[in-house]
Design a protein around this ligand. Structure first.
Ligand code: ZN
Length: 262
């Protein structure tokens, strides 16, 4: 009997050691698997860096080489029509067409915005396009952009008139009700920053519901009339690279402020 108890004791002791070992082994295995998993996820994390989503800005350099006199509705459901794209103005001194100056300023604005971390969607980068104002707005709507900047130059019968202004819809606009407040805010912010940077006379904000390129918009939009090509001094400035850079910086400052306060 004593022998049997002793034997039983030995068997129990041996088996407990065996099971303990097995348990330990299992734990180690689990631990190893966890370690392996962690290593795998660390590798994956370094391989695929978290991509920062950039804010996209749409820029429309106004007009183009050939005007399009065919008519299009001035807004969704409108019976009133306007030419698809007018010819724009030209420099009274330089003779340079507005579409060319608009493109030059827009390309500089693109460069500044990209350097500040934005993504830029250009409606056109060539003068040789055929895009109506409605089409331009629809391109901007589909582009995934937060805002739409339409770059233009102005003209007046009185050659002494100079300065910058921006345009946006009125409170009563029935075509783009969703973007009225934001567009008014955007127009105001950019007008202020553009004039601060360039020293251009601040001609304020024009609220209008007659612009197809605004009425067809589903994202906040402003038309930026950077200066008067009918004024000799401002005409020369608008084609000056340093002044174009100032315009671009001023507009970009406005974009920064608008985005920060959004
Ligand atoms: Zn224009």
């Amino acid at each position: 009997m004593k022998k049997f108890v002793l034997l039983l004791g030995i068997i129990l002791a041996a088996s407990s050691v065996f099971f303990l070992n097995k348990k330990d082994h299992k734990q180690i295995q689990v631990k190893k698997r966890v370690e392996k998993k962690e290593t795998a996820s660390t590798v994956a994390a370094t391989e695929v860096e978290p991509k920062e989503e950039k804010i996209k800005i749409a820029i429309d350099p106004g007009h183009q080489k050939e005007q399009m006199s065919e008519q299009e509705p001035i807004g969704p459901g409108a019976s009133e029509t306007k030419p698809k794209v007018s010819s724009g103005t030209e420099g009274c001194t330089t003779g340079i067409p507005e579409y060319q100056v608009n493109l030059e300023i827009s390309m500089r604005l693109k460069k500044v915005l990209v350097s500040r971390g934005y993504e830029v969607y250009m409606i056109r980068e060539s003068n040789d396009v055929r895009l109506s104002n409605r089409e331009r707005a629809e391109m901007a709507n589909k582009s995934g952009s937060e805002i739409f900047l339409r770059i233009h130059c102005n003209s007046d019968e009185n050659s002494s008139v100079h300065g910058a202004l921006t345009m946006c819809p009125t409170d009563a606009n029935s075509y783009c009700t969703e973007i009225i407040d934001d567009s008014q805010n955007l127009a105001k912010t950019i007008e202020t920053s553009l004039c601060r940077e360039t020293g251009a006379q601040n001609r304020g904000i024009i609220q209008t519901d007659q612009m197809s390129g605004i009425n067809w918009c589903k994202i906040p939009v402003t038309i930026i009339e950077t200066g008067f090509m009918s004024n000799p001094e401002e005409d020369r400035k608008l084609s000056d690279e340093a002044y174009q850079d100032q315009l671009a910086e001023g507009i970009a400052d406005g974009v920064d402020i608008y985005m920060k306060n959004k």
